[in-house]
Design a protein around this ligand. Sequence first.
Ligand SMILES: [Fe+2]
Length: 320
Amino acid sequence: MKTKTSSESSFKFVYAADLQPGTPRSFRYRAAWRENWLTARQQIIDAQPEFMVIGGDLTRDGFYHDFEFEEMKMSLDAMNIPWHVIPGNMDVGNKRSDIHGAIPSRDDSLLNISSERLSAFERFFGPSNWTFTHGNLRISGFCDMLLGSGLPEEKKLRKFLTDLALLPPVEHHFVLTHYALFIQDPEEADYDITVKEQYFDWYFTVNKADRKFLLDCFKKAGVTRVQTAHIHCRREVVYDNIVFDFAPSTTFGQYGDKWPDGDNTPGFYLFKINGKQVFKDFIPTAPLSSNEDAFGQGGHVTRDHIDYSESKAYLKKLFS
Ligand SMILES: [Fe+2]
């Protein structure tokens, strides 16, 4: 569903990320996550935004199942709010690694983004690279996991990002990426996937060469705000006149103790644009579910460890 071009200078929109409700049809499930998404979903409807943008991880395991894409598209369409989404790594695969990292249970090279899964995502949600204006705001979204992937789609993405500078200037230009651009600051070095203490910093961030390319494109395109997801811990950093919004997950928090100013409370952002001014409200998902129904392994699993027997047993019990 696309937004209409607007000449309004005062409006509100929702930014949400990491919905990943999962489904009991999958090889793993947490009922509380699904219920939290449904709660946040109703809160977004009640907020009556003019549109919403979603920063990836719409599914828990879209990387394996088209039916998770299908269900989430139905969930979004039924909200009757225009939406624009980018894929996350749980939807289409991680940023590329050619080696096995420091987490023994993950074979990172098997979790890489693939053309097949990106194409499946786009069949349901449309092109992963997009830009549109609403009043004096431009919002641009894209699949950042393609950077460094070597996939054919990467070349197209790099042209899309370079060409953002050719678009007419606007008051505000927001961009969405799924991975955070950095942990501490944009100048930081790459993290080492093979070092246990650095693994998750590697996993959460864009590699330095690609980050440099992005920041250069953003400066040339007049980007004012970068909204990143994936970590599930919200904070705000200003660097070189660009605001970096680290987003909460609507569904579950992580890494609440990673930064002194981090807060992993689940929820979403409600932005209000009024001329030159930008107001950001954090809306916590409430009430959070206390449903403890769950099965299957967390984190990342590879195909040879996927087993649907617990799903079948759970569904059988649910419907008996
Ligand atoms: Fe993610």
